[in-house]
Design a protein around this ligand. Structure first.
Ligand code: VGL
Ligand code: ZN
Length: 194
């Protein structure tokens, strides 16, 4: 993989790196914490260059429809303002990070950071053409966010060491990767970002 040097027109999008998706969390993604160190490297580059950084977060009400008590598939997770919904302290998000809260109403789930959020508009305001994407989980919010980014006309660089899958069904993460590849997404490792 060739080196990528982020510059004007690039944005970093960190998807749902929240305590509940890390080991010990309510909906732990296996090895979810492994994305933090490589993301910090890319965060440092964007921060140093003054390039836009976005962090999405799952931000559910306590009676959210995706929770089992309401007939949904998931244990309660990322309840707005709870400790589980916070970004881990070890994730070095600069103060000016634009935070995108999603799936905030009881009756609707949203796996994409573009769904019912101002993300596309804000990227447009910054003149963003290409987004570098990492976070959790590969087979849910990363996949759906990347698909929507492509639909909105953005080029996408997927940071392959900055993502991990839930793999509810074994192979879900691999299938998600293949689907993203089929959309023309470029893959890079964090160390390729310089
Ligand atoms: C997610 C399952 C439920 C995600 C969010 O961020 O990938 N997965 N809610
Ligand atoms: Zn959720």
């Amino acid at each position: 993989m060739a080196t990528i040097k982020p510059t004007d027109g690039d944005a970093l999008l960190v998807v749902d790196v929240q305590n509940d998706f890390l080991p010990g969390g309510a909906l732990a993604v296996p090895e979810g914490d492994a994305v933090i160190a490589p993301l910090n490297h890319v965060l440092d580059i964007f921060h140093t260059r003054g390039l836009p950084i976005f962090a999405s977060r799952d931000w559910h009400p306590p009676n959210h429809c995706s929770f089992r008590e309401q007939g949904g598939p998931w244990p309660p997770h990322c309840i707005a303002d709870s400790e589980g919904a916070q970004f881990p302290k070890s994730l070095q998000l600069p103060a000016f990070t634009a935070i995108i809260s999603k799936a905030t109403t009881p009756e609707k789930d949203a796996y994409s950071a573009f769904e019912d959020t101002p993300l596309a508009m804000q990227l447009g305001m910054y003149g963003v053409k290409r987004v570098l994407v990492g976070g959790l989980a590969t087979d849910y919010c990363v996949l759906n966010t990347v698909k929507d980014a492509v639909k909105h006309g953005f080029s996408v660089v997927l940071l392959t060491d900055c993502i991990r899958a839930v793999d509810v069904h074994p192979g879900d993460g691999e299938r998600a990767l293949r689907e993203m590849r089929s959309l023309g997404v470029v893959e890079a490792e964090s160390r390729d970002i310089q």
